[in-house]
Design a protein around this ligand. Sequence first.
Ligand code: NAG
Ligand code: NAG
Ligand code: NAG
Ligand code: NAG
Ligand code: NAG
Length: 509
Amino acid sequence: MMEGLRSGDVTLLLLLLLLTCVRCAAAGDKLRNIILILTDDQDVHLGGMTPMKKAKSLIGEAGATFVNSFTVTPLCCPSRSSILTGQYPHNHEVRNNSVSGNCSSPQWQSGPEASAFPVYLSKQKYQTFYAGKYLNQYGKKDGGDVGHVPPGWDQWHALMGNSQYYNYTLSVNGKEQKHGDSYEADYLTDLITNRSLKFLDDRSPQHPFFLMLSPPAPHSPWTAAPKYQKEFSNVKAPRDGSFDKPGKDKHWLLRQPVNPMPESSLDFLDNAYRKRWQTLLSVDDMVELLVKKLESIKELDNTYIFYTSDNGYHTGQFSLPIDKRQLYEFDIRVPLMVRGPGIKPNQTLQAPVLNIDLAPTILDISGVNLSTVNVDGQSFLSQMAPSLRNGTTRPYFLVEYNGEGQPTKDPACPKLGPGLSQCFPDCVCEDAFNNTYACVRTLDSKNNLQYCEFADNESFVEVYNLTSDPHQLENIVKKVDPAVLQAMNQRLIKLQSCQGDSCRDTKQR
Ligand SMILES: *[C@@H]1O[C@H](CO)[C@@H](O)[C@H](O)[C@H]1NC(C)=O
Ligand SMILES: *[C@@H]1O[C@H](CO)[C@@H](O)[C@H](O)[C@H]1NC(C)=O
Ligand SMILES: *[C@@H]1O[C@H](CO)[C@@H](O)[C@H](O)[C@H]1NC(C)=O
Ligand SMILES: *[C@@H]1O[C@H](CO)[C@@H](O)[C@H](O)[C@H]1NC(C)=O
Ligand SMILES: *[C@@H]1O[C@H](CO)[C@@H](O)[C@H](O)[C@H]1NC(C)=O
């Protein structure tokens, strides 16, 4: 057939082919590889990204850093469920870290998990790979056992239960695999790295790949690799902002900590802060090794890499020693950096993005028509790479949380009543059944406000002007015009039952 063509035709043909290719690259028609790195409890507000030198250079400086990235709920299992489904907790109905609160429950498995974003990627012929912590109850007897491999995953190396570094059990494609405490053979962060590198070596070049890597770092028990256990020996938790400030105008849980904190709490939280950073150095190595591997298999320029965490963390803010679960910036802000095709290097992006936006963004990249997917979030691909899609903004969003408690008294803290949890160190409680709240957050060039209502017996309300009071030291509920409070209350009520479009449609609010 080529023989019959004149040279002009050949030139035309080449030109057409060239044009098609330029178009496909510009419009993102070519299927791109995607990697999502999800750390456990890594804050961005209190220096949690400081130890990540390589990740910041290889992802952030090579792409976009979102400085206003939030979780819609500051606790592992509900947040991870939001990441997987692109939905607010009131829609996926995972309320806490227990099976009774739908963490990896049979209802979750037959419902939201069966249409989570990996299922769509698999339909798009992605080769999919999971390694690391999944959901806190995953693999346990009433959480479906290790035999349960969620749909959409071709390779599955998921941790049973909550984050650990040694002495854990994995589900390797549905088969139990027990690990001991040899650094060389078992250190979980390194094992995730090694298995992902092997997956990349063994992949079939015909299909794009998706990897989700969930290292335990920097979650407790904060066990660093031996080579990093001496790092940051002089580092202490930052003492500025709301550190050890009394939360006297806040809801009751924030009024109970001992203030100022005793020396023993300070030692405990400084030690935690330092060890958290040490554990992150192995995640930094993971990023470097992944980027090197992508380079060597010539896929680096064709791969999006997302780096984020499930929730933030605090160490001493408002005299709460250590944990997450609160509505304040330190717990709801998370790191987010993305590199990939079409994303200009070294961008700092201000637009607020949520963890429920990850699923639609990833599916957008993979070519799925988002109108066919049941998500509450929205793709932020256009914000990173304006050439790829039309941009949208979000004037306000919801943060919702169901307090966790223990029905019985804590034997270690006999003075405390039932209904509380996480009462350590020094019997300061970080959570309670009635630490249940919902907030509406406004964040644009004019407004930076937070309005929160508690489901406690005081119907407590907290309001912050984050522009004049970035550390949330003053609850301004009594100073705000009641009409404004009422408007925010109405907005909150609507968001608490939003679904899909109504979570994004600003005209309706
Ligand atoms: C768990 O999820 C199911 C549906 O998936 C829902 O009917 C149930 O109410 C949820 N449980 C809780 C405690 O929210
Ligand atoms: C792992 O388990 C073994 C056996 O129970 C125990 O001796 C060891 O201290 C544990 N290692 C860690 C790091 O917890
Ligand atoms: C990971 O691979 C490195 C390099 O081959 C090796 O030294 C290390 O022991 C491995 N670690 C784990 C936990 O597999
Ligand atoms: C990003 O910016 C930093 C600081 O401005 C600079 O040192 C670095 O070379 C830049 N990196 C890229 C990839 O442009
Ligand atoms: C989790 O949520 C369920 C359903 O609301 C509740 O019964 C259970 O007590 C909660 N778990 C904790 C630890 O609060």
